[in-house]
Structure formats: C-alpha cells, structure tokens
Design a protein around this ligand. Structure first.
Ligand code: KG4
Ligand code: ZN
Length: 385
C-alpha cells in the first residue's frame, strides 16, 4: 500500500493510516505560524521547525545510542552532557536548512518534562535563552502530549476525541485525548513500560540496546508458541498493564535452558514467545479500553498508537483487527515520528500557540508531569524510568 492509499483509507473503521511524513515545501512560503521545537528528555536530541500548514521546514536528530549501548540503558549524566554538546549545533543547522532567522519564529517550544532532569534542563535553558534574546514566546511542552498529538501532524482529519495507546520506553498508558491539554487516563502500567520490558528482555538475551527492534527482528525467525509465557493482567476489569511477571518468566526460561539459551534458534523462540505474550497482554488491555470508551458521552472514532513501541510492525498488524472489531479507525504515525523527535515538539507548539497558550520565562523543567492531573498516582504514569 502506498502512503497515498493509506491516507485515502484513513478515517474508515479498521483501516490503518500509516501516515507518510509531510515534507517541506519551501517554494510556497506562507504567513502561517512557525515554531522551533526542541527535544532533550531522554537519549535523542531533536530539533525541528514546523508551520501551522503541517509543513516540516527543518528536522535534525542526534541519537546517543552508541554512547549508552555499552551500559545496556540510558546513563542520565552522559545524556545531559551529550545534549549540551550538540543542541546549539542542531539548532543552527535547522535554522539554516529552513533559511530562517530567529525573528521569523512565532514561538520556541521545548520539552519541559517528564524525563531525565539533566537533559530537560539543557533544553529548557537553551529555549529560554533564544526566547529572551529574540523576544519570542516560549512554550513548555509535555513530552507525553507531544506523542499524543503527533498523529494530528500527519493526519489532518484526526479529530478529538480519540483513544490513545501510548507505548514507549518510559510510559505505557491508555488515554482519552479530548483536546489539547485535556486528557483522561484510563490505564497505566503498574511496573515496567512496554519498551522498558523489551529493553530488559533484550539485555537478558545479550541483544543490545535498544531492545525493541532487536527482539522484533529475532522474533520473526522464532516460534511464538515455543514457550508458555503469562499474559499479565489479561481479563482484569480495568485498563492497567503490568510486564514485570513476564520479564521474570523469561528470566526463568533462560535459566532453565542454561547456555543453550544463547543459541540463535533458542533466542529466536524466546523472543517470539516473549513478544507474543507482551502484545497479547497489551491488546487485551486496549480491547478493554475500547469497551470503556463506548459508553462515554462522546465516544472516540479513532484509536491512535504513539511512542517508540508503535514502530513495531507485529503490534501494528495485530491492532488492525482489534480496531476493525471495535469500529475504530487506526492511526499510527510513521516510525520516525513515533520515537522521540523534535518535530512532535514543534507541532505541539503549533497546537498550543493556536489556542493562545504559552509560558513565561520562569517555567521549570520537571522530571514528573502526568498528562491527567486527576488520575490516581501510579508508578509509570508521568515519569520516565
Ligand atoms: O518514544 P521513545 O523513543 O522514547 C521514550 O519516550 O521512551 O521509545 C523508545 C522505546 C525503547 O524502549 C525501544 O526499545 C522501543 O521504544 N522500541 C521498540 C521498537 N522500536 C523502538 N519496541 C518494540 N519494537 C520496536 N520495533
Ligand atoms: Zn518519548
């Protein structure tokens, strides 16, 4: 299916919109709002310039994967230093790519949380400096809101409200997205986020970091029924998730196999069985949420999936059937907009600016920042591991 076909099918129940990125068309400049977005909450330094016509005028991303890989996870001090080292360069490059001066911008949007505090501070200080020197409005963006709204950048027809499955390295949540700044959390993980579970599983199998893509690739060559792993929370009368029991079951299977567990055929079977169990559990919880939202005053018409794990093809394939049965259209942004990036921050800036929402220069970076302030606190909600 071409990206155009996907767009044409978007909005039809059960049809998946694997949206194509909308690239810059600088040849037709307009007076539409322009926002510079800055992302530094974890291990990607992202900078982008987006306008209100959904055009991406510049996009720069620097990954720290190689720096953290030897440690099997993100080291906060290394991350903060690396953001500081590269951020100014990326901003300069992005401004040059878009052929803009800071004066041309309508606002500077920056991730102010949740995330690793050192990296967040690096981004927020930089954004404040640009905003102060060039007298531009500053927009403090919630990273989770940026994931939540990224699908509206690539799918102009996506209207509020929609059901959101947010699956990343730090978060696993089901939310009703009722509008910009208006979220109702239906469920969250009680322990690990799904991406975190993939990363920890990959570490046990010596598959490196990040674990998600490595496990997905190995699973393609394995048998999903080779090991009987639990489906955590399946059938529970709520929309919460849990993945720590599955992780323990994997550890026990590896211990029982002994050195054989590192032979490729066993690794493939372990990955396929782990992934099938994790996604079965995720789908059971999502199905439950589709039932909960049906009785709402304004039920959603779409199921949106966002966050790094939304790049997983096996998950996307399985969600098509779920969405069809629930009468919802399925919207999944392109993989490069699912993992952390500056474009989704710039777009959230556009959405907030359109509503007259911006912040003053006293705004602070915050490690914790739940999207739904009324939801009962739970580990995994609004905090990155
Ligand atoms: O959204 P993201 O870039 O950063 C956070 O906000 O956490 O998500 C990163 C997470 C990592 O845990 C990574 O293993 C996972 O997304 N991930 C995947 C895949 N690609 C990235 N998980 C499963 N399958 C994938 N293909
Ligand atoms: Zn993220």
């Amino acid at each position: 299916m071409t990206s155009l076909d996907a767009h044409a099918m978007a909005g039809q129940p059960g049809h998946v919109a694997l949206c194509a990125p909308i690239m810059s068309t600088l040849s037709s400049p307009s007076r539409s709002s322009l926002v510079l977005g800055i992302e530094t909450s974890c291990d990607e330094t992202g900078v982008a310039i987006v306008d209100a016509e959904r055009r991406i005028l510049a996009e720069r991303l620097s990954s720290q994967l190689e720096m953290h890989a030897p440690f099997g996870g993100v080291v906060p001090e290394i991350a903060a230093r690396a953001h500081l080292d590269i951020l100014d360069i990326l901003i300069k490059d992005a401004m040059k790519d878009a052929a803009l001066d800071f004066q041309d911008l309508d606002a500077i949007a920056v991730t102010a949380g949740p995330g690793l505090i050192g990296g967040l501070i690096a981004g927020v200080i930089t954004a404040k400096a640009i905003a102060a020197v060039h007298q531009r409005p500053l927009i403090a963006v919630n990273h989770l809101e940026a994931h939540a709204l990224s699908a509206r950048l690539t799918d102009p027809d996506l209207a509020f409200p929609y059901l959101l499955l947010l699956v990343s390295g730090g978060h696993c949540q089901l939310l009703m997205v009722k509008g910009v700044g208006d979220y109702q959390r239906l469920g969250t993980t009680l322990d690990d986020a799904l991406g975190e579970a993939y990363d920890k599983a990959a570490k046990m199998l010596n598959l490196g970091y990040p674990g998600g893509p490595a496990i997905e690739a190995s699973a393609l060559a394995g048998r999903a029924d080779a090991f009987e792993f639990p489906r955590p929370m399946a059938g529970k009368p709520n929309c919460h998730f849990s993945f720590s029991g599955l992780k323990t079951a994997l550890r026990h299977a590896i211990q029982a196999l002994g050195p054989k567990s590192l032979d490729p055929p066993y690794i493939n079977d372990l990955c396929a069985s782990f992934q099938a169990a994790a996604i079965d559990s995720l789908l059971d919880r999502t199905r439950r949420a589709t039932k909960v939202v049906q009785s709402m005053k304004t039920p959603p018409k779409a199921l949106v999936v966002a966050g790094g794990v939304a790049a997983n093809t096996y998950l996307k394939t399985r969600l098509i059937d779920l969405a069809t049965k629930a009468g919802l259209s399925l919207v999944v942004p392109p993989a490069r907009l699912c993992t952390d990036n500056g474009t989704m921050i710039a777009w959230t800036g556009i959405e907030r600016l359109a509503l007259g929402l911006h912040d003053d220069l006293t705004v602070q970076a915050r490690a914790r920042w739940p999207l739904d302030p009324h939801a009962a606190p739970a580990i995994g909600a609004g905090v990155k591991a």
